[in-house]
Design a protein around this ligand. Structure first.
Ligand code: F6R
Length: 607
């Protein structure tokens, strides 16, 4: 939450920073700001609201020539989303400015100490406390680097922070602890940012900063230090292979739509290199040296949690591994029981979700191995897990996750096949059928997606006045029902509840009435007759139903939305985009901001 960028180079910094902020805006969009030094004066320009507000403000200003600067896009934690709380924050002397992503947990006692020393504050933020603390500790006999390091020793909490000093206008200092921060290494220009797309247009050479590392950068140089000791550290430069186009809208109206339509390619990419030469068995070499767990505990949040719930069904039935699926924010504060033969599977698109990371760390403290299922290479989950399976979805920019879930489901399918074969619990013919089915999916999905979108568009006007929706499913369709409801809530702001169809009669059915429609996942599986019975119960209470179903679905409902039938669990990969497109088209129809829904941010790096 919050995106930061720092640029030290040879180009005018403000346009580079604003462009970078556009690629980080998914991380928060309550306010934005930039800082740079020009004509020996520190300029800080900030605006409440989306980045476009800041751009309007910048357009009214003179042309800026500064070639070094900082930028920030905010998801408010401490203090209202108003201009005085927008970053960058400066010390009252005006020599230092700072941008911060994270939470300084002990900011109140620190603020009290600084108030006693006569300092005054302009904002309610924890971040302003940090810049003032650095300024307080920066005495004539120590360098800014030392003062920065010293200040960070007093801080509890999380931060990715970058600092600019008026007396040294071409240099930036930045540090991280439990919030993402990367160094982009260019030619005659260097960057720090919360995420790679912020500088992908300029360089693909990246240094992944670790917790408790601090970097000093200028246009020609960079050096990483241990934050506490200031001992210089050797760091490896990684070359990113994503292309810049992957982080652009590419002609689509919204990132979300583009990412939904990318799912056929995502499936192909997830399979590439993960099947043996003859496409008969799954190969996951990253797991060959890990023991098969006796019990798997999946820890994740939001959509990734739903993917985990879905994976549970396959891992239990194909690999015979007992699986528990845990909401990370609950798991981290319970006293979970770990056995040495357990394994934790942390699922996270971003690899930076604070609760998921805390859950993994808890397991590690108990000596339990952690496997990561993660999309972002070099993210905290990827680095802290004993082993990691990368999901190959490419950059996901839309706040509402779509293609990342698709990639997680492919990898969970492969994982269940892989462990099932190693444990000899899975008949060979099932593995062959699933692999053949997976290989044919991209083409089927590719041709089906435009039709699905049209169906969603046709349905929306009739349902757009509903204030609440049920999403019902059983078996593998139950996590999909949860996901369909989450998508609708988060981007169209229509209340939706995902329920196990068989659980309806235990209470929620009381809500059914003609204005409270049900979106039923009624796919042709071994539970279909049971699902149909539950839908009949809904109809008996005058509930309207949209059924996502296969040809031959027997029940007469208001709208039977037919999708082609493929092999067994793989039907999920055709149902998921239908749910996503229904939510997407609803949000578009209602005029909502699809890619940046209110109150949300892409990567939830706070508790
Ligand atoms: C919903 C959504 C969130 C994320 C959740 C976990 O569309 O995007 O629910 O799934 O915040 O994020 P990751 O997977 O990055 O850990």
């Amino acid at each position: 939450m919050c995106g930061i960028i720092g640029y030290a180079g040879h180009r005018p910094a403000v346009p580079v920073i604003v462009e970078g902020l556009k690629r980080l805006e998914y991380r928060g969009y309550d306010s934005a700001g930039v800082a740079f030094i020009q004509h020996k004066a520190m300029h800080v320009i900030r605006a409440e609201g989306k980045l476009s507000e800041l751009e309007c403000r910048l357009n009214g200003c003179e042309v800026f020539h500064a070639t070094t600067g900082l930028g920030h896009t905010r998801w408010a934690t401490h203090g209202l989303p108003v201009e005085r709380n927008a970053h960058p924050h400066r010390d009252p002397g005006g020599r230092l400015v700072l941008v911060h992503n994270g939470i300084i947990e002990n900011y109140l006692p620190l603020k009290e100490q600084l108030l006693k020393k006569g300092r005054t504050f302009q904002s309610e933020t924890d971040s302003e406390v940090l810049v003032q603390l650095i300024a307080e500790l920066w005495t004539p006999d120590i360098s800014l680097l030392q003062a920065f390091s010293e200040a960070l020793k007093h801080v509890d909490g999380t931060y990715a922070v970058a600092l600019l000093n008026m007396d040294d206008p071409n240099r930036i200092w930045a540090a991280r602890k439990s919030s993402p921060l990367l160094l982009g290494v260019g030619v005659g220009e260097n960057f720090v940012a919360s995420d790679i797309p912020a500088f992908l247009g300029y360089t693909r050479d990246v240094v992944f900063l670790e917790d408790n590392e601090l970097v000093e950068l200028s246009p020609m140089d960079w050096q990483v230090y241990d934050t506490a000791t200031l001992e210089p550290l050797e760091k490896e430069i990684h070359h990113i292979t994503w292309d810049f186009q992957a982080a652009q809208k590419g002609g689509y109206r919204h990132f979300m739509l583009k990412e939904i339509f990318e799912q056929p390619t995502v499936i192909s990419n997830c399979l590439a290199g993960r099947l043996d030469a003859k496409n008969r068995t799954v190969s996951l070499p990253e797991l060959d040296n890990l023991d098969i767990p006796e019990q798997l505990q999946i820890v994740a949040c939001g959509t990734s949690y739903h993917a985990g719930l879905w994976g549970q069904y396959l891992l239990e039935s194909w690999a015979g591994i007992p699986v528990r699926v845990e909401i990370a924010s609950e798991f981290r504060y319970r006293s979970p029981i770990f056995k040495p033969t357990d394994m934790i599977l942390a699922i996270s698109q971003s690899g930076e979700t604070a609760d998921t990371l805390a859950g993994m760390r808890l397991a590690k403290e108990h000596g339990v191995p952690v496997l990561g299922l993660c999309n972002v290479v070099g993210s905290s989950v990827a680095r802290e897990a004993a082993s990691v399976i990368h999901t190959q979805a490419g950059p996901e920019i839309s706040v509402a996750s779509t293609k990342a879930m698709c990639s997680q489901l492919v990898l969970l399918t492969l994982l269940a096949l892989y462990w099932g074969r190693r444990k000899q619990t899975l008949p060979q013919h099932v593995e062959s059928s699933v692999i053949a089915g997976l290989l044919s999916l991209p083409q089927i999905l590719e041709s089906e997606l435009p039709r699905m979108r049209s169906t969603a568009q046709e349905l929306i006007p009739e349902y757009s006045t509903a204030r609440s929706f049920f999403y019902l499913g059983r078996g593998l369709a139950f996590p999909l029902a949860l996901e369909g409801a989450l998508k609708l809530k988060e981007i169209s702001y229509i209340h939706a509840e995902g329920y196990a169809a068989g659980e309806m009669k235990h209470g929620p059915i009381a809500l059914i009435e003609p204005e409270f429609p049900t979106f039923a996942l009624a796919l042709n599986d071994e539970l279909l007759s049971k699902t149909i019975s539950n839908l009949v119960e809904v109809q008996a209470r005058n509930g309207k139903i949209i059924s996502l179903c296969h040809p031959g679905f027997g029940l007469d409902v208001e709208h039977a939305w037919e999708i082609p039938q493929v092999y067994g669990p793989l039907n999920t990969f055709l149902a998921l985009p239908a749910l996503q497109l229904f939510a997407y088209e609803m949000a578009v129809y209602l005029g909502k901001d699809v890619d940046q829904p209110r109150n949300l941010a892409k990567s939830v790096t706070v508790e």
